[in-house]
Design a protein around this ligand. Structure first.
Ligand code: ADP
Length: 421
């Protein structure tokens, strides 16, 4: 194992694992701090999926350090700390506290900081993060319920989260390539700077900064920065690249789509699946809260459907209906209740012989994977940007596609199955 990664949420971890796989590293994703009974054998890279974006900073730091130790014990030569391409964090953290603790723990001199992902229109110029055509603080991220981003200057944002000195490697240097970036790293380290935000407008910039950081014990960034890291290991003669999977072996069994995301993309995918005739069961939060409907009803309904097509179970709804449910039941309570129910349904369906699952929604995916007791996932072929098929390492190997709400094309729920063998 060469590269050990720590991601601050589940679908972010999958996104990173896919990036590494696509660039030639055999990658395993592990849920939570790896314990002794999870096998990390046979992987070039391991991505630990934590849920450490918004929990107390001390806890995020503890889990991250424990993960780094486990990854290094399994052979990792470099640690990558992955956060969101919109730098999701509060003034208290957790990007700063976790990055700082990792840098000290790994005895690193300096670490780069770059959430850029040009393919998804996240770019950094003079330390300012752009989302599409607008600055971060003018993007929808300004209203995020948990991590509202109201400052686009990443040097400032990070400096509020850490006592270590934060600097910048600007575009004019980055554009000259790895050697110039490396010199800028050395100069910054020489004047006591420990973190450098690095500009990136194109993939090429991500690859060059990765190359310049080949010998850093710690790299921090979005999944974009990981693009160039497999090449570093190949250049050192440590990695023999493997082509990414085009198909994945799936056990016999029925297929289900579980959707808890209310994003526009997921609602469109549900409409397309219904238009194509997939049997669908809609979970109504009011009926759920009153106990008028529940997992048992869904399981009994599922057993009466034809086994020949995937079935769809969803709670996803239009924004005004979601607001109404939240007003009546409470925002977190409504969310947690639906996540719990979908997770119970997932467990029941797997017991009834379902073995192929698409789950839509980041939090929803976390709840389902937790309820199924899945500890590690192999990364298979990419269905759409950022979403691969995965197979659980334990048991008979369920196949799962864990989709962040907004990802995927309108026919995602219909076409994804074609990549299963
Ligand atoms: P996304 O990836 O789109 O953010 P998540 O699964 O992370 O999706 O978040 C969606 C949240 O909305 C979950 O907590 C889910 O339980 C909740 N939810 C789903 N359907 C409804 C609904 N009809 N009313 C209120 N909340 C809902």
């Amino acid at each position: 194992m060469l590269l050990g990664c720590i991601a601050d949420d589940l679908t972010g971890a999958t996104d990173l694992a896919l990036m590494l796989t696509r660039n030639g590293m055999r990658t395993i994703q592990v849920m939570g701090v790896p314990d002794a009974d999870v096998s990390l054998e046979g992987a070039d890279a391991v991505v630990v999926a934590l849920k450490s974006r918004t929990n107390p900073a001390e806890e995020a730091v503890r889990w991250s350090l424990q993960s780094a130790d486990a990854l290094r014990a399994a052979g990792a030569r470099q640690i990558f700390f992955k956060y969101c391409s919109t730098f999701d964090s509060t003034d208290k953290g957790n990007i700063g506290p976790v990055a700082e603790a990792l840098l000290e723990h790994l005895k690193g001199e300096i670490a780069l900081v770059c959430p850029a992902f040009p393919a998804n229109k996240r770019t950094v110029y003079l330390g300012h993060l752009f989302v599409g055509d607008v600055l971060l603080h003018e993007s929808p991220m300004k209203d995020h319920p948990l991590t509202p981003m109201r400052d686009s200057n990443l040097v400032r944002v990070l400096q509020r989260q850490t006592r270590l000195k934060v600097g910048l490697v600007p575009y004019s240097v980055v554009d000259q390539g790895a050697e110039a970036i490396g010199k800028a790293f050395a100069e910054a380290a020489g004047n006591g700077t420990r973190f450098v935000v690095v500009d990136a407008l194109q993939d090429r910039h991500l690859v060059e900064m990765g190359r310049a950081a080949a010998d850093h014990p710690l790299i921090t960034g979005g999944s974009g920065v990981a693009m160039g890291l497999p090449d570093n290991f190949e250049r050192k003669g440590l990695l023999k690249k493997s082509p990414p999977a085009t198909h994945i072996k799936a056990p016999q069994g029925r297929a289900v789509i579980l959707a808890g995301s209310c994003s526009e993309a997921t609602r469109g995918q549900i409409r397309a699946a219904q238009a194509a005739g997939l049997p669908a069961f809609k979970l109504d939060p009011f009926a759920l809260a009153k106990g008028q409907v529940g997992a048992a009803d869904v399981l009994s309904w599922a057993s009466q459907q034809t086994p020949d097509t995937p079935i769809l179970v969803y709670s996803s709804d239009e924004p005004e209906n979601v607001r109404a449910a939240q007003a009546e039941l409470g925002r977190e309570e409504a969310g947690a209740m639906i996540e719990r129910e979908l997770a119970t349904i997932a467990r029941g369906l797997v017991e009834a012989g379902f073995s192929r699952l698409i789950v839509a929604g980041g939090e929803t995916s976390g709840a389902v994977v937790g309820a199924l007791g899945i500890k590690a996932l192999e990364i298979g072929p990419e269905i759409d940007p950022g979403v691969p098929w995965t197979r659980s390492k334990e048991g008979q190997g369920l196949v799962l596609a864990l989709k962040s709400g907004n990802f995927g094309s309108p026919d995602f729920f219909l076409k994804a199955w074609k990549l299963l063998e």
